[in-house]
Structures are given as structure tokens and as C-alpha cells.
Write a protein that binds this ligand. Sequence first.
Ligand SMILES: NC(=O)c1ccc[n+]([C@@H]2O[C@H](COP(=O)([O-])OP(=O)(O)OC[C@H]3O[C@@H](n4cnc5c(N)ncnc54)[C@H](OP(=O)(O)O)[C@@H]3O)[C@@H](O)[C@H]2O)c1
Length: 337
Amino acid sequence: MVGATGAVGTTILEVMRERAFAADEIVPFASERSAGRTLAHGDTELTVQVLSPDAIQGFDLALFSAGSATSEEWGPRFSEAGAVVVDNSSYWRTHDDVPLVVSEVNPEALDSHRGIVANPNCSTAQMVVALKPIQKAVGIERLVVSTYQSVSGTGQKAVEELRGQAQAVLAGTEVPGAAMYPHQIAFNVLPQVETFKEGDDYTTEERKMMRETRKILGAEDLPISATCARVPVYIGHSESVNVQTKSPLSADECRELLQGTPGLQVIDAPGEGLYPTAIDAAGQDDVLVGRIRQDPSHERCLNMWVVGDNLRKGAALNAVQVAELIVERGLLRSARV
Ligand SMILES: NC(=O)c1ccc[n+]([C@@H]2O[C@H](COP(=O)([O-])OP(=O)(O)OC[C@H]3O[C@@H](n4cnc5c(N)ncnc54)[C@H](OP(=O)(O)O)[C@@H]3O)[C@@H](O)[C@H]2O)c1
């Protein structure tokens, strides 16, 4: 595991324990800052190591959550050393020869892997779990999505930034300046997730959502419009999704379709105050969907509210599920030889 001390890495360890992931040995890697630190894992303690050409030998699987630069450099090295890499960073996601996989949506894409498999960005992963059954049943013509993303999506330091600012606001003391975000995040909403590349008025997160959704759904021409906002929530991304279908689908039919889908829960009785919230999703494996309703402005459009734990289905859980599929399908390097 590379990035074992981070927000995603610690959740990967938790998910592996919960799912009793069968591994002879788990070795946690992180930066030099964490070398020698111990991480509790069930009854054992794992000692954090630093990446080096010698230390990366002999692994079947390498789960990465240490950022793009580390994945770019060390992903191919682990792969050359015989491991299959499951990468949470954005670096490999849009490479043509790297499958981008959500376990319930396109597991078949794993069959063509060449040593590196990518995990999508968190807001995309939860959304496609809800979209796939609709695409399969009636086709999707166009998507408009607005996200409300939690700070753990940026990592551990951003969680600390929100906590520190919120405590200061409530105590009436001077609010610590923004470091992880361009503005104060406590008691605020920022219409910017990640960065604006020169000449682009969409953020890199919005571009990722649009590109990755098309790749996972195998719909390269699908028109998608995304707006991503950061909200002062610790865990759980919420999304307003407007789906224009190819054939008609009523809200009731959609509810029924999604109810039977693995990895999804429909919570949809808004009159009784029942709809998914980020707090409900935090710590849960399932993606939660509610507020399914007809769009009054278009006869083949539905609106829905999709919420997921960004650290789980958005990252750690999907990475572990993909790793399980790689083993089950005989796709480890050692199994292929
Ligand atoms: N957070 C999410 O919801 C989410 C969802 C999907 C994908 N991702 C992706 O997952 C990755 C990690 O995100 P995160 O939120 O877990 O970030 P994070 O909390 O900041 O953790 C980063 C991890 O990477 C390690 N690291 C940093 N530089 C390293 C280096 N040079 N060599 C080895 N390890 C290094 C850190 O180790 P130290 O503790 O030693 O610094 C830490 O374990 C990112 O690529 C992110 O885009 C995150």
C-alpha cells in the first residue's frame, strides 16, 4: 500500500480488515515523514516503509493513494516488478491502455489490464453506480451534474483546516488563513474544486468528472456538464444529477430499477424527510440515492440526489473491490503466467 498514512490509505486498511481481504502480508509505504511509524491493523502493527527499488519487490498487488507524482514514478516500477497496481490518483485514469474501473459498473474492463488499473475520481465513482442501470435500461442522452464535495476529498490536511477554522469561528477568535483552499472553507461554499488550468473556465475536477464518466460508461460522445463545489462537510459527497434518457423512464420506474442494484440504496420519501445526506453516507459502503423526480422542463429528464462516502466507494472501497476482482478473475501477473 503506497500512501498508507493518508485519508484514503487508512480507509483502505480499514476496508481490508472489514472484508477480511486475504493477503499473506501487507506492507505500508508513505513518505519519509512517516518512515518507521506504526499503523494498527487488527491484532498486528504494520511499520511504514519508504519506497526504494529493493523495497518494492515481490508484491502481487500494489494499492496506491499517494498522489499523482508518486503514481507516475512508482506505478510502472511496481508493475515492472510483477505487481498489478490499483491507483487512486488521477495520473493514469485517462491513459488509453489503463482500464478505469468501478467494480459494479465495468468490471469487464479489467481483463485488458497491462499492469496498472485506475480508480476514478470520487464524485465520478458514486455517480456512475447510479447511472449504469439507467444507461442499460433506457440509454442516456445527456447529463448535468452539480456536486457538493466534502473536505476529506482533498485529504487529511484539509480536514484539519476545516476543523481549525470552524473552532475559531465558534470561539470568536481569529480564523486561521486558508492553506488548502483559495478561501475560508468553514461556514462557506466554494465554487471551485481543484484548479483552473490556463484558458479553461472549468476546473480540473469538473473536466475529470466529464472525461472519466464517459470512459467508464463507454460513451465517448456523451454530453456532460459538471459544476463542482466544495462544502464544509467532513465526509460524503452529495450530487444533484439531471439525467436525460434516450427512451422515457418515469420516476417510479427509475426508483424500482435502482432499488435492485448492488451497491446502491434508494432512500426516497421526501415528504417524511427521508432522503440521503452526507452524514448518512459517511462510513457506509453503499451509494445512496433519493429525491428521484421528473424534471418539469423536459419529458425525458429525471432529477436525483446521489450521495456517497468519498473515502469508501469514491476511493478505498472501490480499490479493494477492484483488487478482489483481479484475484477472483485470475488477473494477477503470477496467475497469468
Ligand atoms: N480523499 C479522497 O476522497 C480521494 C478520492 C479518490 C481519490 N483520491 C486520490 O488518492 C490520493 C491520496 O489522497 P488522500 O486524500 O488520501 O491524501 P492525503 O490524506 O494527503 O494522503 C497522502 C498520502 O500519500 C503519502 N505520500 C505523499 N508523498 C509521498 C511520497 N513521495 N512517497 C510515498 N508516499 C507519499 C502520504 O504520506 P505521509 O503521511 O508520509 O505524508 C500519505 O500517506 C490522491 O491522489 C487523491 O487524488 C482521494
